[in-house]
Design a protein around this ligand. Structure first.
Ligand code: GUN
Length: 288
């Protein structure tokens, strides 16, 4: 029997409607309209699509959005100047600096300068440190979206062996911290594997929940999946033989082995945007 499809697009619609209702109620009570500033530097085509989708979701949920598109030649000082203004702007509750940035700009320097109370991407070292310490703070959107996909689809994480392939600061590392945290969507036994791991196939096959976040098209094959396991595909890869982007999982083969699986597109991607709205709503409430 083919795997159950974990429909991230449908769940994102449901959750974005919940967020829109919360925003409307907040404004009705005289509270702030959540505001997200999105900063894009240069003309990376994928970044353009991502930011456009984020802004569209903001508008639909009743948020204010402030778009800043700077030329590829922007200096680090110029970008820092903009961030400082956004840090001081009372109408801006969340600041998103779309990555990657042009090579003359140091990404860590920029991320460090975003006021961490507006760090709705959860990339600031203080946010990541708080997550590691088990303290409240912003959690990066993709890991949070993966966790919500598991919770809302009734996939039990408690005591489960979750294997994450990929150790990035944006996905792999924070997701490991989330899944091992105590409470709903946590309490998993977590293994983080990566491109240098010995016998990756055997590690992957031991997973009850397998999360692919390695950035290589169709890297996870059917033989790497335990029959009945839940497979979460974080990858979005552009390849010559497919117009839509493909995931890190060979979906056509994996769907016959897994118990549940996310598609690409329509799996994790829409959940990432939803969690950005969630974090921005929380940011607006913190200030209020
Ligand atoms: N580039 C790729 N993914 C992301 C993301 O989630 N946030 C930001 N800011 N940049 C990205």
């Amino acid at each position: 029997m083919p795997a159950r499809i974990l429909d991230g697009k449908a769940l994102a619609q449901t959750m974005q409607a919940e967020i829109a209702a919360a925003v409307a109620a907040q404004i009705q009570r005289g509270g702030p309209k959540p505001g997200l500033a999105a900063v894009r530097v240069g003309d990376n085509p994928a970044s353009e699509v991502y930011v456009r989708n984020k802004i569209a979701a903001c508008a639909k949920a009743g948020f204010a959005s402030f778009q800043h598109h700077l030329p590829a030649s922007t200096s680090q000082a110029e970008l820092l100047d903009l961030i400082a203004k956004l840090n001081d702007d009372q109408a801006v509750h969340g600041i998103l600096v779309q990555l990657p940035l042009p090579k003359q700009i140091n990404e860590s320097t920029i991320i460090n300068c975003v006021n961490f109370t507006k760090d709705v991407d959860g990339f600031h070292p203080l946010s990541l440190g708080r997550l590691a310490a088990g303290e409240p703070g912003f959690v990066p959107c993709t890991p949070l979206g993966v966790q919500q996909l598991l919770i809302r689809n009734g996939i039990e994480t408690t005591g489960a062996h979750a294997v994450i392939i990929g150790r990035s600061t944006i996905v792999g590392k924070p997701l490991a911290l989330l899944l091992m945290r105590k409470g709903p969507g946590g309490d998993a036994t977590v293994t983080v594997a990566h491109s240098r791991s010995h016998d990756l196939s055997a590690i992957a096959r031991s997973a009850d929940i397998l999360i692919a976040a390695i950035g290589q098209a169709r890297f996870v094959t059917a033989g790497m999946i335990k029959p009945g396991a839940t497979v979460i595909d974080v990858g979005i890869n552009r390849v010559p033989d497919s117009v839509p982007p493909v995931g890190d999982v060979d979906f056509a083969a994996a769907v016959n082995v897994a118990g549940a699986i996310t598609p690409v597109p329509g799996g994790v991607g829409p959940m990432t945007i939803t969690m950005l709205l969630h974090n921005t709503l929380i940011a607006s409430q913190m200030r209020a």
